[in-house]
Ligand binder design. Structure first.
Ligand code: XUL
Ligand code: CO
Length: 437
């Protein structure tokens, strides 16, 4: 039985094709810079959006047409949904998926019941993974939907909620390991505050770090070897989220002795909510050795919240791929489409159009970024721009052989600094356009 009877297996048909159910650029076996596109991207489908997104918004209920849903939140429905998910991913040709514990299985009345529900669905997930070869890129725990997390999880004022969150992460991590998951993600859903009048900021940050240390201890205890990833986000649902951006996370991880245990999962819409470009966040993470994985999506320039749209902008995908290629890939990470179709795109086929368009956009971004790197003008320009640091006084400063007195003596003798040279931003923007065009 097929849940998407009208959709064929999506094939690569080349840039000229007009078939909306085909790839025009994503050619999984095509080699770019020594790796296939499959290896570059390790694309993943986000279970929460694609399988659980209903299209509900603050003004109205869900309206997505999902013929396989029976209207219950039962374990049987959750198990059936796994079959739907794997048929979708097989037809799309993505090698990975990602989930929260509560996306795949319903929450029970007690923790024990919730764990049993999860185990019952994990059995089916394992079976479908074995049947299709599709793998788990990362798992995570939902510590934000249930009302018990109203004040946060590890940063809650209620110590019992910290304990509940710990138990939930323990189980989600064990299940991720059981399914061969390659990473584990921490997004601090409600780890933040709305108002400092009622918040002990120091205590909350200490508890957050304590929670992560305990998670690292458990990871080592059970022998989970994949990277732990923190996903920065500046606001929403809270006014201030503790994982504000890559720089805040790096400082937090360093300050609490966690820097060697975590990498970052950088998401486009979170970057822009923080007032940064995605390229900034990726670059900041990368230069700190922290770029582990990507949540691929985009926001809306006119809307100030996390719209989680599918990315189709070639400037964005080119910039992302420049950073990823420059650091030699994402290692165990990948590109997870943390993105949802619009409420108006309520038919099952829209799920295909959304993923096809974004995979194609990233494939184009990859080819454009590789061409820019091959051309070398951009990297040569940057190298030359900093040339004064390669010899003479610049090399001395970098090597630590100069001090304020020697620098004063140098400049007193020279009289003035060497003339500056143009930054040529517009020329470089033209260069990018040349390759995008
Ligand atoms: C929320 C968000 C999450 C994380 C996983 O904005 O991005 O879905 O990716 O918890
Ligand atoms: Co995300």
């Amino acid at each position: 039985m097929s849940f998407f009877p009208d959709v064929p297996k999506i094939a690569f048909e080349g840039p000229k094709c007009t078939n909306p159910f085909a790839f025009r650029h994503y050619n999984s076996a095509e080699v770019v810079e020594g790796k296939t596109m499959t290896e570059h991207f390790r694309f993943a489908v986000a279970y929460w959006h694609t399988m659980r997104g209903s299209g509900s918004d603050p003004f109205g209920p869900g309206c997505a047409v999902r013929p396989w849903e029976d209207g219950t939140d039962s374990v049987a429905m959750a198990q059936k949904r796994v079959q739907v998910a794997f048929e979708f991913m097989e037809k799309l040709g993505v090698p990975y998926y990602c989930f929260h514990d509560r996306d795949v299985a319903p929450e029970g009345k007690t923790l024990a019941e919730s764990n049993a529900n999860l185990d019952a669905v994990v059995k089916v997930l394992q079976g479908e993974q074995d049947r299709t070869g599709i793998k788990l890129l990362w798992g995570t725990a939902n510590l934000f939907s249930n009302p018990r997390f109203v004040h946060g999880a590890s940063t809650s004022c209620n110590a019992d909620v910290f304990a509940y969150g710990a138990a939930q992460v323990k189980k989600a991590l064990e299940v991720t390991k059981q399914l061969g998951g390659e990473n584990y993600v921490f997004w601090g859903g409600r780890e933040g505050y709305h108002n400092l009048y009622n918040t002990d900021l120091k205590r909350e940050l200490d508890h957050f770090a304590k929670f992560l240390h305990l998670a690292v201890d458990h990871k080592k205890k059970i022998g989970f070897t994949g990277p732990f990833l923190i996903e920065p986000k500046p606001k929403e649902p809270t006014t201030h989220q503790y994982d504000f951006d890559a720089a805040t996370c790096a400082a937090f991880l360093r300050g609490y002795g966690l820097i060697n245990e975590f990498k970052l999962n950088i998401e486009t819409n979170h970057a822009t909510l923080a007032g940064h470009t995605m390229m900034h966040e990726l670059t900041y993470a990368s230069i700190n050795g922290l770029l582990g994985s990507i949540d691929a999506n985009r926001g809306d320039e006119l809307i100030g919240w996390d719209t989680d749209q599918f990315p189709t902008n070639l400037y964005l995908t080119t910039q992302v791929m420049l950073v990823v290629l420059n650091q030699g890939g994402l290692g165990a990470g990948g590109f997870n489409f943390d993105a949802k179709v619009r409420r108006e795109s309520f038919e099952p086929s829209d799920l295909f159009h959304a993923h096809i368009g974004s995979m194609d956009s990233f494939a184009q971004g990859l080819k454009i970024a590789a061409a820019i790197r091959k051309d070398g003008v951009m990297s040569d320009f940057v190298k030359t721009r900093y040339g004064s640091w390669d010899t003479g006084i610049g090399a001395g400063i970098e090597a630590g052989t100069e001090d304020f007195s020697s620098l004063e003596a140098y400049m007193l003798e020279k009289g003035n600094a060497a003339a500056n040279v143009s930054g040529r931003q517009e020329m470089l923007e033209n260069l990018v356009n040349r390759y995008i065009g």
